[in-house]
Design a protein. Structure first.
Length: 420
């Protein structure tokens, strides 16, 4: 597996550091600050699973609810070998501010299982998912905490969770998870929503900076759900995607990659490797390519103090959660790179998850155009809300987004009287 040569930073330390910067800038009082900074609940579960060879394997899983002052906890479930409780706490914390930035009535949650889904059969994955869902059952529910897909979890995984929850209740409960298959109450447009949101905020940033999308060079690290959809939409808008990577390989063509064909190649072979007409480059080279738009769409800590100075992009659009460390933030800011922070940039996923939950609860479904145009409105409005703070307070975009998210959560806590 390829990775940039950096010392991994604890994502939860990053989340706390960014919270403190926002709380300081807002002048938030100590009591309220302490109340909304830390997770409300952390559940750690032991997941025994009978593997195909007849043996029992044990996996560790987590569900964290960070804050529910604005509504039920909302956040994806990650299956990855590097999942730790600190990573899940960080991701849950970011979900709280993210839901507040796009102003949807959810709090922040996240889940994860430390496993390598790529080495497991479908049957093993199903048994692990159902056992994990049973273990976190006391926490989840349409009014309490609503999981969704994240890295290496799919609509099929959501379907198993919905089924496990429903079997325990004795009736179908569609609103317990989002990102479900359409035939099970999923929303049209949900699968593409994160990448589509990345596209809308990137277009807004380019408009603000006077960069034409047509002909802009785009580099995408992580060609999964979020990255490939963003690449596809930018390509359709006449940008030129010159490089892309996955966990195995990075590829480059200075005249542009054929994105529809690359998506088919990845679907067919499971990797970008061997794509005709592209040369292989290292992950370090990918980050240092001259381009207008760089989209980190894989995992945390992709851009650190070790490689931030090599970046030659005008816009960095954080499709992934936490891809840029605070040290790298400062370097990019000094270099004049315009950052679209994760809690704004990738909020399209949770926004359409909210639409899915609304449709499930009302048993009334919208067409795809309706979903996409509502999403566009939310993403563009949120971009301009954050930009206004950035310009008025003369802060960077990350701090502006965190200030908006934290202030909305603080206000909700005050009004509810959670904080006397
Ligand atoms: P995914 O599983 O569909 O894709 C992840 C991709 O990243 C894969 O192609 C994988 O090969 C690649 N990858 C992994 N390690 C890599 C590395 N070191 N270098 C390059 N590529 C690497 O996951 P996704 O849903 O697209 O999520 C990607 C990021 O977007 C995550 O940070 C996730 O939290 C965030 N995100 C996803 C959603 C969503 O709705 N899916 C919503 C918000 C944020």
């Amino acid at each position: 597996m390829l990775a940039t040569a950096t010392i991994p930073k604890n994502a939860y330390d990053v989340a706390l550091e960014n919270f403190d910067l926002a709380a300081d800038a807002l002048g938030l009082e100590d009591g309220l600050r302490a109340m909304i900074k830390y997770p409300e609940r952390i559940l750690s579960v032991n997941i025994p699973v009978r593997m195909d060879n007849g043996k029992i394997a044990r996996f560790e899983g987590f569900r964290v609810q960070h804050n529910t002052s604005r509504g039920p906890a909302k956040g994806g479930i990650r299956y990855h070998p590097n999942v730790t409780v600190d990573e899940v706490k960080a991701l849950a914390t970011w979900m709280t501010w993210k839901c507040a930035v796009v102003n949807i009535p959810f709090g922040g949650g996240k889940g994860g299982v430390t496993c390598n889904p790529k080495s497991m059969s479908l049957g093993e994955l199903e048994r692990m998912t159902r056992r994990y869902a049973s273990s976190i059952l006391p926490l989840i529910g349409p009014e309490k905490d609503i999981p969704a897909p994240d890295v290496y979890t799919t609509p099929q995984v959501m379907a198993w969770i919905m089924d496990t929850y429903s079997m325990n209740k004795g009736y179908p409960v569609h609103g317990v998870v989002t990102g479900k298959p359409i035939s099970l109450g999923g929303s049209l447009g949900r699968n593409e929503a994160t990448g589509r949101g990345v596209f809308y905020t990137t277009v807004s940033a380019c408009e603000h900076l006077g960069i034409p999308i047509k002909g802009s060079r785009v580099v995408v690290q992580g060609f999964g759900n979020a990255g490939s959809v963003a690449a596809h939409l930018l390509d359709s808008a006449s940008a030129v995607v010159i490089a892309a990577s996955d966990s195995q390989v990075a590829i480059y063509n200075r005249h542009g990659l054929d994105i529809p064909k690359l998506i088919m190649h990845k679907e067919r072979t499971g990797s970008l490797r061997g794509f005709p007409g592209a040369e292989t480059i290292t992950p370090e080279e990918l980050f240092s390519l001259e381009c207008e738009i760089l989209i980190p769409a894989a995992l945390e800590n992709a851009i650190t103090e070790e490689n931030a100075h090599t970046i030659h992009a005008r816009v960095v659009a954080e499709a992934a959660n936490g891809p840029v460390t605070p040290e790298a933030d400062r370097i990019l800011h000094t270099k004049g790179v315009f950052l679209i922070p994760d809690i704004l940039c990738n909020a399209g996923g949770v926004t359409v998850s909210y639409f899915e939950w609304v449709q499930d609860e009302n048993h009334l479904f919208w067409d795809e155009q309706d979903v996409n145009s509502r999403l566009e409105k939310v993403m563009k409005r949120s971009f301009h809300d954050v930009l206004k703070i950035q310009l008025d307070k003369k802060v960077d975009m990350r701090l502006a987004a965190n200030m908006l998210g934290v202030s909305r959560v603080a206000e909700a806590s005050r009004i509810r009287g959670l904080y006397p």
